[in-house]
Design a protein around this ligand. Structure first.
Ligand code: NAD
Ligand code: LMR
Length: 343
């Protein structure tokens, strides 16, 4: 039997409303870095997504093999794969509605995400240049770390090419939201599927700001709250340690990327009221020189439709925010400066 959409709805959680009958469900989705730890599982999940009509996979190593393998899965989408070449990258990107970028190097124990900058900044910059040429109108979902810097890198490249659309660029921090709902459910003995903890800020350490006061459990406090926040903020490090040199989160990340992609595809196809956390071009702290900030964003046919600003933080959250902003600013500026210096 083909995989049934209903099964996927459950997998992607949270459950969604149905589309209007007039919606057209077909999108070309590309994955850059598709043969990696995240890329392969993400490609599998996108192959199962009924909103995808074509899946284009690019990797400097192994793209065609992953595509051949996935192409046998009995869902309707066409799968193509390309290896390292400018024309392969252009073929992948041409006509893409959505581009997911997990290309790059993952952490090893002892490294911060920022330590990945020297390897990953140029990879993301060069992929962004290719996107500016071949698919300037696509939604771009950046997974590669350090997200706080790689998203500004993509923005700067697109600006330099005159094709920047702030509503179509997303840093994917969905994994923080998935983790938060899981960890809070473990404290409260609830079903994580029913838990929702808004995440703001960025995607590294103390820049990850979970808003427990806006979850279903604002009563969590004291050391329980301290430990929960620490767990969410440093969950990535936990996985890096456990993998012991073999990389960082791939499976939960693939699910997180697939969930965000699915949410955006649904919104693109007309479904209303879809809200996810994302690291986006955000007016909130621009007066402090911080152009990107993760907020809960409502997705729509043209990408980001509305930023839902959280108006009332608890004193605990205000304090987290105060500590996060200087780091965030540094991370963003590093990305912007890199493009200016190496253009
Ligand atoms: P991986 O090493 O398993 O896979 C990366 C893939 O990228 C490899 O297949 C590699 O060949 C490919 N690649 C490298 N340079 C490329 C280029 N120029 N063009 C196309 N492909 C290229 O790593 P992974 O575990 O999949 O992690 C990938 C990235 O995602 C890392 O930077 C990691 O830190 C990040 N990550 C982000 C989150 C998040 O929440 N945003 C979560 C987990 C991991
Ligand atoms: C994560 O949150 O798991 C990722 O950002 C990968 C990492 O390096 O921690």
């Amino acid at each position: 039997f083909p995989v049934r959409a209903a099964t996927l709805r459950n997998l992607y959680h949270p459950p969604r409303r149905q589309f209007s009958a007039s919606a057209v469900h077909s999108s070309k989705v590309s994955i850059l870095g598709a043969a990696g730890g995240i890329g392969q599982s993400l490609a599998l999940l996108m192959k199962l997504n009924p909103l995808v009509s074509e899946l284009a996979l690019y990797d400097i190593k192994g793209g065609p093999g992953v595509a051949a393998d996935l192409s046998h899965i009995n869902t309707q989408s066409k799968v193509v794969g390309y290896g390292s070449s400018a024309s392969g990258l252009a073929h992948t990107l041409n006509g893409s509605d959505m581009i997911l970028i997990p290309a790059g190097v993952p952490r090893k124990p002892g490294m911060t995400r920022d330590d990945l900058f020297s390897s990953n900044a140029s990879i993301v910059r060069d992929l962004a240049k290719a996107i500016a040429d071949a698919a300037p109108n696509a939604n771009i979902l950046v997974i590669t770390n350090p997200v706080n810097s790689t998203v500004p890198i993509v923005a700067e490249v697109l600006k330099s090419q005159g094709v920047y659309n702030s509503k179509r660029l997303f840093g994917v921090n969905t994994l923080d939201a998935i983790r938060a709902s899981r960890f809070i459910s473990q404290i409260k003995g609830t079903d994580p599927a029913n838990e929702n903890v808004p995440i703001i800020g960025g995607h590294s350490g103390i820049t990850i700001i979970p808003l427990v006061s806006h979850s279903g459990h604002p009563d969590i406090s004291g050391t329980t709250l301290d430990e929960l926040i620490q767990h969410i903020q440093f969950a990535g490090d936990e996985v890096v340690q456990a993998k012991d040199g073999a990389g960082s989160a791939t499976l939960a990340m693939a699910l997180a990327g697939a969930r965000f992609a699915d949410s955006l595809l649904r919104a693109n196809h007309g479904q209303k009221g879809i809200i996810e956390t994302a690291f986006v071009d955000n007016p909130l702290y621009k007066d402090q020189g911080i152009d990107f900030f993760a907020s809960m964003v409502e997705l729509g046919p043209d990408g980001m439709q509305k930023i839902h600003q959280v108006d009332k933080l608890s004193p605990y959250e205000e304090n987290m925010l105060k500590r996060a902003l200087p780091d965030l600013k540094k991370n963003i500026n590093r990305g912007v400066d890199f493009v200016k210096e190496t253009a």
